[in-house]
Design a protein around this ligand. Structure first.
Ligand code: CA
Length: 243
């Protein structure tokens, strides 16, 4: 069902630091992507039309139009498939707005970042996007791959990766399932019994205290994002409100 030579995708690099822009384009082309660089917002908006990228690597601080504004415009584009967006930000404080629901970026990296890490993230985003392309025989109800974000916590379901403040933390498959179940019920409480059933598949010999043990371990791993995973006394667990 795949093409014999699958296209790796077009990437638009929006970056006004010339050295960074060209080294990213170089790394992308070396990895088999088509890449274009826009060194200011006006150029980027034109390139979105002409180049029709699959992925945009988007610097926030540009000389004319802010990267956040460009991201909003990308998300407002009608009539064709929107590119994935990875924000390149120099300021950790901006992350909430970026990956939150406000501008709708898919991912972000904080400068300075390793080019290798950015290449891996780019590949993950393009794969996730590819997997949401309607394949032959697919139905409209096929679920798109999801990235869940809450403040400084971001969970990439398809790539099975978790980031806190832009740094990856390593979680077990079980801990990942706990996070995903909580993200799928935003603001809602999941009882211990529900989590046992959903995450462990309900084994009568698993004590409900097991849930607490795993949540505690997960919280320790989340570090600065630990307080997002809240205990509701006597009931279960929930994620903090986005606000
Ligand atoms: Ca810049």
């Amino acid at each position: 069902m795949d093409d014999s030579a699958p296209r790796k995708g077009r990437v638009l690099v929006v970056e006004d630091e010339a050295d960074l822009g060209s080294s990213l384009a170089y790394a992308l082309r070396a990895s088999g992507y088509e890449a274009e660089v826009a060194d200011r917002g006006e150029v980027a908006l034109r390139a979105l039309d002409l180049f029709q990228p699959d992925l945009v690597l988007l610097d926030i601080m540009l000389p004319d139009i802010s990267g956040l504004e460009i991201c909003k415009r990308v998300r407002g584009m009608q009539g064709r498939r929107q590119p994935a967006v990875i924000i390149l930000s120099a300021r950790v404080q901006e992350i909430d707005r970026v990956v939150g629901f406000e501008v709708g970026a898919d991912d972000y990296v904080v400068k300075p970042f390793s080019v290798r890490e950015l290449m891996l993230r780019s590949e993950a985003r393009l794969k996730a996007r590819q997997s949401t392309l309607p394949a032959e025989g697919a139905t409209a109800s096929d679920k798109p791959a999801a990235v869940f974000s809450l403040r400084n916590l971001s969970v990439d379901e398809s790539a099975h990766r978790v980031f806190v403040d832009g740094r990856e933390i390593h979680v077990s498959a079980l801990e990942m399932r706990i996070l995903l179940h909580l993200f799928r019920s935003p603001g809602g409480v999941r009882t211990r019994q529900e989590l046992l059933t959903e995450v462990w598949g309900y084994h009568p010999d698993v004590a409900s205290r097991t849930v607490d043990t795993h949540v505690k371990r997960l919280r320790d791993k989340l570090g600065p994002a630990a307080d997002l995973l809240q205990t509701v006394r006597g009931v279960g667990f929930r994620l903090a409100d986005p606000g």
